[in-house]
Design a binder for this molecule. Structure first.
Ligand code: ZN
Length: 323
């Protein structure tokens, strides 16, 4: 058996639609990874069973017993009480309320188990092995179905009092703006997430505005996603360009607030929406350049994430190594 300090971490990235289960080495390399569908609608019990099946599969494939792991670490799209190891709430995982996931996993495998918010994990991963390597202070936003956030201060993950800190997607940008999944109105997530981009495009098409998206979706509004809006924008569709620029301006305001609060060395934008590249980054950089205090604007880089889909599992593994 490998010496304790060489044992891999079994890391899980538990998202609303898919989960990644991976074996990660102590230096952040992914030894093996698999994707599964979360099927979140089936509720916590079924999802946890699926996580166990995934873990068992990976252990079996690699001829490992649980005791040959250094830990199990689960990054979840959830508000996590890190002291107690409880998932207190999860907007994209129906019925996950006060689920003591840490003790459930511990009971099953009998080894050290950690829980961490998925965007916090991504921030840790990017800080140790990605875009923000070696920097003291950084802020990360994951732009996907929702908007997650992670904050590194003086090289350490900032988790707040219980682990719930950095819900940066829920900073309110527009008073009485569109409704957010959290129940408030005008959150950054309700204005600049992939969901928000698709919704705004649909709203304007239903209103009768012209767009190549309307033909693309052939009347099926549900087929309009942030991805199709991006593809249409790249083809020169004006409505799609406007919608993305609008979302990018809200995002710029959010990033401007974060720059003023944290004056970080770097703001990292990750997640599927960040793959829109310059369409998104240019307005954000311009707003920060024009509206932030010059000292802060000059000292912050605004860059894309580097670890892609692996950020969550790599970060979850990093987190265990530091505890
Ligand atoms: Zn919100």
């Amino acid at each position: 058996m490998a010496r304790a300090e060489e044992r891999p971490v079994l890391a899980v990235d538990l998202g609303g639609t898919k989960m990644i289960i991976a074996l990660v080495s102590r230096n952040g390399w992914i030894i093996e990874r698999h994707y599964w569908n979360t099927v979140a609608v089936e509720g916590p019990r079924a999802v946890i069973e699926r996580v166990f099946e995934g873990i068992d599969y990976l252990l079996g494939e690699n001829g490992l017993a649980p005791q040959q792991l250094s830990a199990v670490s689960i990054a979840a799209a959830a508000i996590i009480d890190m002291r107690e190891g409880i998932i207190t709430a999860a907007p994209n995982l129906p019925d996950w309320e006060n689920i003591p996931l840490k003790s459930i996993v511990l009971e099953k495998y009998g080894i050290d188990t950690y829980l961490i918010n998925d965007a916090d994990a991504a921030a840790l991963g990017e800080h140790r092995f990605g875009a923000g390597k070696g920097l003291n202070n950084l802020v990360l936003l994951t732009l996907g179905t929702g908007i997650g956030g992670g904050i590194i201060i003086d090289g350490k993950l900032y988790t707040g009092s219980y682990g719930g800190a950095a819900e940066l997607g829920h900073m309110i940008i527009v008073e009485d703006g569109p409704e957010c999944g959290c129940g408030n109105k005008g959150c950054l997530e309700a204005l600049a997430s992939g969901t928000a981009i698709a919704r705004e495009a649909r709203r304007r098409i239903v209103k009768g505005e012209k767009s190549s998206l309307a033909e693309l979706a052939q009347g099926k509004q549900d087929d309009i996603t942030a991805e199709t809006v991006y593809l249409a924008a790249k083809d020169g569709d004006q409505l799609s360009l406007d919608v993305i620029t609008g979302a990018a301006r809200y995002l710029g305001k959010g990033v401007l607030n974060l720059v003023h609060i944290f004056s970080p060395d770097m703001v990292i934008l990750g997640g599927s929406v960040a793959r829109m590249g310059d369409l998104l980054f240019e307005p954000v950089r311009r707003i920060v350049g024009e509206q932030a205090f010059p000292l802060m604007a000059k000292s912050v880089q605004i860059v894309p994430a580097r670890l892609g889909n692996d950020a969550g599992v790599v970060g979850a593994a990093v987190y265990t190594l530091e505890h």
